[in-house]
Design a protein around this ligand. Structure first.
Ligand SMILES: [Zn+2]
Length: 269
């Protein structure tokens, strides 16, 4: 599953790249971690694909899988949307969290899945991110969070916005405990997620050309009074602006994270 924007299946053996529209061999495309060999377009991953390509084989164990949002505001059609997202993705909310090892180093991790209601952060996603960071702080192990979200979930109103403060406070707990926190921005990392736990990590990496910004592109365009660069709101623009530390291609992400966690824990474990 690559979410709504998944590469178009032509038949079993071929896929069409969403970037350059060229036809690719499915097997080569998958071996290349869902990155187009022709144009380098990084296609979105499900949480499971992300876990598989990042952590030691079979090491991921999920926590808090049973947490489910309730429709506190009785927002129109929210229950139906939740049920349909749960049925479509097989997960209960937009973030899957737990523990894993990376080249033998234990980490606390959370992975957002854009295919679940655009990765939006409601009370469950916020709680899972918070617990992920708190587990890291308690055990003094690194936290690695993969972001993929359009922002806060409007159907939960203030309860969603409250997650911004809650998750950010949990980052402070990591810092006090000396547990390093790494955020990885994937396409897209936007709005209420960017403006909370995502932006206050010790180290911020991003996949190439990921959308990174606060307001959506259309809103930003309407508000512009001057010309913006072509890569406005892309990872490369965020790097030049000093918002992130490094743009890392997917095939180098695992080794980069592995080196980082070893440096950040002082090579003592
Ligand atoms: Zn391509």
């Amino acid at each position: 599953m690559l979410g709504k924007k998944k590469a178009t299946g032509l038949d079993g053996s071929f896929v069409q790249c969403l970037g350059c529209k060229k036809t690719l061999f499915r097997r080569e495309f998958e071996e290349n971690l869902f990155v187009c060999q022709m144009c380098g377009h990084h296609h979105r991953l499900s949480w499971r694909q992300r876990a598989e390509i990042t952590f030691d084989e079979g090491s991921f164990s999920e926590a808090d899988a049973g947490l489910r949002s309730v429709d506190t505001l009785e927002f129109p059609e929210y229950r139906e949307k939740l049920e349909s997202a749960i049925a479509k993705t097989g997960i209960n909310d937009s973030v899957v969290s737990g523990r894993a090892t990376l080249d033998g180093v234990p980490v606390s991790t959370a992975i957002a899945d854009f295919s679940f209601m655009g990765g939006s952060m409601g009370s469950v996603a916020g709680e899972k991110i918070t617990r992920t960071l708190e587990r890291a702080a308690t055990d003094r192990i690194p936290a690695i969070v993969f972001c993929a979200s359009g922002g806060a979930r409007m159907q939960e109103g203030l309860l969603s916005l409250m997650q911004m403060a809650k998750t950010t406070a949990a980052v402070a707990k990591c810092r006090e405990a000396g547990a390093p926190y790494i955020a990885v921005f994937t396409d897209p990392t936007m709005a209420g997620v960017l403006a909370s736990y995502a932006s206050v990590a010790d180290v911020i990496l991003a996949e190439p050309k990921s959308l990174v910004g606060f307001a959506g592109a259309r809103v930003a365009a309407q508000a512009q009074v001057m010309k913006v660069p072509d890569d406005f709101q892309k990872a490369e623009f965020a790097l030049r602006s000093g918002m992130i530390d490094k743009v890392v291609e997917r095939r180098a992400m695992r080794s980069t994270l592995s080196s980082l966690v070893r440096v950040l824990i002082g090579g003592s474990r």
